[in-house]
Write a new protein. Structure first.
Length: 877
């Protein structure tokens, strides 16, 4: 294959994983055409050495205001898009505003197209701000814009004169956008509350910028958020609550997502993660001389007005932490800049407007916050300040978010939510080659103190003046073309690193977006959001209860909790992985309707896959060791799967059930390329791990309210342990400990205890589907994050099967019982008062013919592990 460009030595980050090895990215005709450990260039290939640095998808800033009629002194498309590019963005979504005078949307859209055309350095699209939703617009014009105009999102305001909609208008719009599959964005603040408080403050001569934060209280946002969710619930409309800033409002969104399973998305901005209302009280202007780089300060009573925005900056570190927590627990779907700047020195429509108005009165009146336009610049600083939070080891920023979360909320999720996830937001073959290459970690050229003089917007300040970040985008590629090179910028001077031009940006016509949270989370579509239909089976996966093991908790004087995964529709924790690996195959184009899924599985993953495949119209073929219970085999066949029990041999043996499954899939794919076939490869397909990063871990964190000290579970594929570990480490900022539970016959306990030495696997265990002879790809990314491991003999596992039945009222399989035994060990290790969570991965239904059989217990030498007080449960011969 011929490549136009190859990026070598790249450490790729996606929304689901950090590649564990350096690789090369091949680019052909503006698209990523290959990703491999090495790629061969031709004589004409441009080779870019990433030098081992992180490489991420181009940033997508999905909420920016450029050349709007209500922000005439701010950035226009030329300055705004070049600033976005210099900050690592390759796509922006701005707004086209319908004014009350506009009876038709088409002239509005035409006008905004004329403003952006040939003026953008990067790709762009529009959201539509609706202020006058007439029946003609809703019934005739919106459908045409969505189907032909490439605009599939609208924004509604619950505040601001001239934009504010009443509830009835919002309901009318929601009914329409739902039917069209348009994304509905909502600015949620209670206008009447704000008006009342503002009038009272001004009446008492409270006019300085700081009082802006008091005039728009948190309750105004939380009430409007609650109301917007209620309207969305009534109309079954997926919504996005923009620029969220308060703990209570975010809790409303979280409850709607996790308890009511509603498709309520949330957005926030960097200023709500880093800045407080104290910025509004500032009386200091900071300037850097571009020639000498000298930084000087000057007194200015109105300087705090630079930080006036809506919603306002909140008051405390606790407010900031609540937003970070909501980001990490999955409440927040995207982070935008809400770049809505006016110049500070502009006396007509900028931040000095209020000062000039007071001066012109000539009566000694004071300028007021109420006469000052809202909005902050941030289009260029968004990615660097967030990347800092994902990579810096400095307090307090140390790993505030994971690298995967950084990519998800700054790029991938926005592309999916707004209807272009098939083209952008992912580093994979077939996608636009929109790429950010950062500096290698620790490279001093990446370390930057943010100064407004270095930025490329047309604004005379930045709210992040003086903030230090560890890295900055070194190079940016837009559809394969290098359009930003910071090395050139540092060498040749300001603006010289902009290698692209205003004509590089292309209009982005969008399709219907995806729902990413709630009942339709993980890409499942609801009516009006795409061509698919909701599958009841898929909707029921996850959000399983967390059960307190009362007797064991009392015995250890700790709190021991079990995640009741046996309540998933397929009866086990493996339902989560099954759904994700099939969806991953669909997303990669490997499966078409009627295609074949092939997997090697010890049972439960196969059962989950059987349900998924039946609901989605795929054929399922299962290879499994012939040591598995007949009950599992019978159930798989009942669910329509072809099942091939084969001799149990080591992974290295070519006749291992996994390799047989792989060969079967390859044969079918060749025989029927039209429908396709895929070996889902649960052991090394990291979509398995992603299922638990995105669902199980955040659920545990939410259900415990963050009051968890440790997690433990056994591992077969490694997906559950690795995914939950990653999630809880991120959510707790590495406070929560994680321990592997390992049965006899597995080598992972000794691997961890020895510091990384793999021994030959010997022996076996009664626990089906867990234990391992190698470090799988799912586990490899997190094995170094584990805080230890515990070994659980079969005698302890079988004892816990019987004890849990007798004392906890839980009918558990042996692997669940092993996890309970491990949780007990971990709790005793941590000491009284600790909280330990484990996974109750399945029930005993599929194993009863063994676990409660006198003959089987004697054959395994386990009869002596059952105390006489529990022998009454041995009910089978």
């Amino acid at each position: 294959m011929e490549f136009d460009t190859i990026i070598t030595n790249a450490r790729i980050i996606t929304a689901s994983e950090v590649y564990p090895y350096l690789c090369s990215i091949g680019i052909t005709s503006g698209k990523i055409s290959a990703i491999a450990s090495t790629l061969q260039p031709s004589q004409s290939t441009q080779v870019i050495d990433a030098e081992g640095a992180y490489v991420t998808p181009g940033g997508i800033d999905s909420h920016v205001h450029l050349h709007q009629d209500n922000a005439s002194s701010g950035d226009k498309w030329l300055s705004g898009s070049r600033s976005a590019l210099a900050g690592g963005n390759t796509t922006i979504l701005a707004f086209a505003t319908q004014e009350h005078k506009d009876e038709s949307l088409f002239p509005v859209i035409d006008e905004y197209h004329s403003r952006a055309r040939n003026q953008s350095y990067i790709d762009y699209g529009f959201h539509l701000i609706l202020t006058k939703p007439t029946p003609h617009i809703l019934n005739n014009e919106l459908p045409k814009l969505a189907s032909e105009g490439g605009i599939t999102s609208v924004k509604l305001y619950m505040t601001y004169p001239g934009k504010r909609l009443h509830d009835g208008q919002m309901l009318d719009i929601m009914m329409t956008t739902r039917s069209l599959g348009m994304t509905t964005m909502i600015h949620a603040e209670n206008a009447d509350m704000i008006d009342l408080v503002t009038q009272r403050l001004l009446a008492h001569n409270k006019t300085t910028p700081y009082y802006h934060a008091l005039a728009r209280p948190a309750i105004a946002e939380s009430e409007a958020t609650h109301r917007a969710i209620a309207l969305a619930t009534l109309t079954s409309t997926p919504i996005l609550l923009v620029h969220m800033s308060t703990p209570v409002a975010l809790s409303h969104a979280r409850k709607a997502q996790s308890k009511s399973l509603l498709p309520i998305h949330a957005e926030t901005c960097p200023h709500y993660l880093y800045l407080t209302s104290q910025q509004l009280a500032s009386t200091t202007n900071i300037h850097q001389d571009p020639e000498t780089s000298h930084v000087h300060e000057e007194h200015d009573e109105w300087a705090g007005a630079k930080h006036i925005c809506a919603p306002p900056l909140r008051h405390s570190e606790d407010d900031l932490q609540a937003v970070w927590d909501s980001l990490n627990n999955g409440t927040i779907t995207v982070i935008s800049s809400d770049h809505a700047p006016t110049r500070y020195d502009d006396i007509v429509s900028g931040k000095q407007k209020a000062v000039e108005a007071a001066r012109l009165k000539g009566d000694g009146s004071k300028p007021t916050f109420a006469a000052t336009p809202n909005g902050l610049p941030g289009i260029e600083t968004r990615l660097p300040v967030l990347f800092h939070a994902a990579t810096s080891d400095k307090v307090p920023a140390a790993r505030r978010i994971s690298l995967e979360k950084f990519v998800a909320v700054t790029s991938t999720n926005a592309a999916r939510l707004y209807g272009f996830g098939d083209r952008k937001g992912v580093l994979a073959p077939g996608y636009d080659a929109d790429v950010v290459i950062w500096y290698p970690q620790g490279d001093s050229k990446g370390r930057t103190v943010i100064r407004n003089a270095m930025l490329h917007h047309a604004i005379d300040y930045t709210p992040f003046e003086g903030h230090e970040v560890e890295n900055w985008p070194r190079r940016v590629l837009l559809r394969g073309k290098v359009v930003w090179d910071r090395d050139v910028e540092l060498r040749d001077g300001h603006g010289k690193g902009l290698l692209g031009g205003a004509g590089d940006g292309q209009w982005l016509s969008r399709r219907k977006g995806e729902v990413l949270v709630g009942r339709s989370g993980g890409g499942w579509e609801v009516e009006g959001m795409g061509s698919g239909e909701r599958e009841a089976w898929g909707l029921a996966i996850g959000n399983t209860p967390l059960i307190r093991l009362s007797a064991l908790s009392a015995q250890t004087k700790c709190t021991i909790l079990g995640k009741a995964e046996f309540q998933n529709p397929g009866g086990s924790v493996k339902d989560r992985a099954a759904l994700y690996v099939v969806k991953d195959a669909e997303d990669r184009g490997l499966l078409k309707p009627g295609g074949t899924v092939v997997e090697g599985t010890a049972g439960n993953t196969g059962i989950g896959l059987a349900h998924v495949c039946r609901s989605r119209g795929y054929k399922l073929v299962i290879y499994m060791p012939n040591t598995q219970s007949q009950g599992k085999i019978d159930l798989l066949r009942l669910l329509g799967a072809e099942v091939y029990p084969v001799p149990a041999v080591a992974w290295e043996n070519s006749e291992n059930y996994n390799w047989q499954a792989k060969r079967h899939a390859e044969r079918v794919a060749k025989e029927d390329p039209e429908k396709g076939a895929v070996w889902t490869n649960q052991f090394d397909n990291t979509a398995n791990r992603r299922a638990h990063v995105e669902t199980t871990g955040p659920e545990i964190w939410a259900q415990t309210g963050g009051k968890i000290d440790a997690f433990t579970c056994a591992t077969g594929t490694g997906g559950t342990l690795a995914g939950v570990t990653r999630s809880l480490k991120d959510l707790s900022q590495n406070r929560v400990k994680s321990f592997l539970a390992d049965p006899p016959g597995s080598v992972l306990h000794s691997y961890i205890q020895s510091g990384g030495t793999l021994k030959e696997r010997t022996g076996s265990s009664i626990t089906e589907g867990i234990g391992q002879g190698r470090v799988t790809d799912n586990l490899a990314q997190e094995v170094s994050e584990l805080d230890g491991s515990v070994h659980v003999p079969d005698e302890e596992s079988i004892f816990q099967v019987y004890r849990c039945l007798d004392e906890e009222g839980l009918y558990l399989g042996a692997s669940s019982a092993l996890n309970v035994a491990a949780a007990k060990q971990v709790a005793e290790k941590l000491g009284e008062g600790s909280t330990v969570v484990t996974v109750l991965c399945d029930g005993a239904y599929r194993y009863a013919d063994r676990l409660f059989s006198e003959k089987w217990l004697n054959e395994k030498g386990l009869r002596g592990a059952i105390p006489e007080r529990l022998a009454k449960y041995i009910v089978l011969p």
